[in-house]
Write a protein that binds this ligand. Sequence first.
Ligand code: SF4
Ligand code: SF4
Ligand code: SF4
Length: 365
Amino acid sequence: MTIKITIDGKEIEAQENSTVLSVAREHGIHVPTLCYHKDLTPSGNCRICVVEVKNSRFLQAACTTSVADGMLIETHSERVVRSRKMTLELMLANHPQDCLVCDASGSCELQDLSYDYHVEVPAWGTRGTRYQADSDPNPFVRVDFNKCILCRRCMLACAEIQVRNVWGIAYRGFDERIIAGADTTMLEARCESCGQCVAYCPTGALTDKMSYGQGRAHQVQKVTTTCTYCGVGCQLDLNVKDGKILHVTSNPNAPVNGMALCVKGRYGYDFVHHPDRLTRPQVRKYLLDGKPKSREGKNWDWVEVDWDTALNLAARKLVETRNASGGGSIGVLTSAKCLNEENYLMNKLARQVIGTNNIDHCARL
Ligand code: SF4
Ligand code: SF4
Ligand code: SF4
């Protein structure tokens, strides 16, 4: 059912049961958030998105409050802004002032909000560093709970997207903190190192261990590409600095996978710069010499050549074989690690150019 509400003096038609936040965003009205993420169940715990609803005694969390007919909502009244500032101050009172050396600086939502609301460390001081940094032996995820704002996005991402339920919350008051399992290591708590919790963490509490200290958001160029591992075809962003892939981040607009990636897609990129990796084609020496194949001497050795030489040789051999024995004597194997478009082209090459229906795919092997 359609109802009428007013946000910041603007009359809006909204669907019943929508939240204040979703209606505001649909109409281009900015309401800041920290614990909220569109992929996760709203928990309403950080209190940054509070708004003033006329005749309501308390400020309401926009992410969990449903709209009702005739509601009058203010998203940036003096009372709202004062509350957001106080909430941010309380967070900073329990947070190290490490932005200068923090990997998350430049992509940290707490840093951005503190800047937007002109909030500084409260005059009455901070609790500072309380936990050991890099406190978990997980090889991919770096944990620093000094920078945790208890938003619970890691818990929800792990439970709702990865369905591993590694993270929980324990203790109370200033001692409240995120724990893995029953306060064990992440791996002992069934973590499969997918990095979803890192992708959803709004601060530097969870970061990528392999690239820690090597480059921050403004120092890298993001290159959107398709994962090279399996046939799902997840999209991801390579974070490149000085021609080197530093780490992989989720691309929120990825059509297949959204923010989700597996451990291979997110952390298995180091093969790209491995010194053993072949980056140029190689052919057997006897093929270059035009001599009969022999395992004797150097005849069988691999020789590095340019792409034109390698492709011309392959094309010549395919033509020779087809002319001598027919297209049916040739078989083509493609790969799940290629794009759909590349597999389509191989299909065309096999059936229409070579003249064989012998084409198969590694996913069936
Ligand atoms: S997590 Fe954010 S606010 Fe905290 S030190 Fe890092 S950049 Fe600064
Ligand atoms: S890395 Fe994946 S499985 Fe492990 S805690 Fe984070 S979200 Fe859960
Ligand atoms: S570790 Fe990150 S995502 Fe998890 S509660 Fe802390 S700040 Fe939020």
